[in-house]
Design a protein around this ligand. Structure first.
Ligand code: PNS
Length: 170
């Protein structure tokens, strides 16, 4: 039996912290489906197409990863994909409340599906898409916190010179 995990999120944009969780997840699952929530009510910096493109380019060297999008309840999507595991990354304590609530709600909605938390590497403990966007908006140097394609797209989005901070990868 192939063990498949669903790794859901907004990925607005994908960060090196997300990639770290995917790589760790692949040590215990045979396949990970990275899936982006299609939520028309939430405001995102990047369109769904841009987020898919960044994920595809950032994950192209990693095997056994599928990129997808979903609507509606995550537990329904997981079952449709024949998965019984939702993968989430846990950073500092601040994540705990939100993650705990979501995991308990998902368990209540479907007891067949378990949430699996993996701790991010210490390097990424304070890395989040929103904090990266805040820095990038004012041309802060985010090299090494996001894949090169994301660094480039953030600079383009905020209208900055892609050469200023040197090579986009650390
Ligand atoms: O990256 P994010 O924004 O923290 O991801 C949140 C996400 C997409 C995992 C969450 O909002 C979600 O699963 N939404 C789908 C709706 C759902 O199933 N809700 C019930 C659990 S609270």
């Amino acid at each position: 039996m192939r063990r498949i995990a669903i790794y859901p999120g907004s990925f607005d944009p994908v960060t090196n912290g997300h990639i770290d969780i995917i790589e760790r997840g692949l040590k215990i699952f045979d396949k990970i489906i990275v899936t982006i929530l299609r939520n028309p009510n939430k405001k995102f910096l990047f369109t769904i197409e841009e987020r898919i493109e960044m994920l595809e380019k950032s994950l192209k060297k990693i095997n056994n990863v599928e990129i997808d999008t979903f609507n509606g309840l995550l537990v329904d999507y997981a079952l449709k994909k024949k998965s019984h595991a939702i993968l989430r990354g846990m950073r500092a304590l601040s994540d705990f409340d939100y993650e705990f609530q979501m995991a308990l709600m998902n368990r209540r909605l479907n007891r067949e599906i378990q949430t699996v938390f993996l701790m991010t590497g210490l390097r990424w403990i304070f890395t989040s898409s929103s904090i990266i966007k805040q820095a990038a908006e004012f041309d802060g140097n985010i090299t090494g916190m996001v894949p090169p394609i994301v660094n480039q797209k953030l600079k383009e989005k905020f209208g900055f010179n892609t050469k200023k901070h040197g090579p986009l990868a650390s």
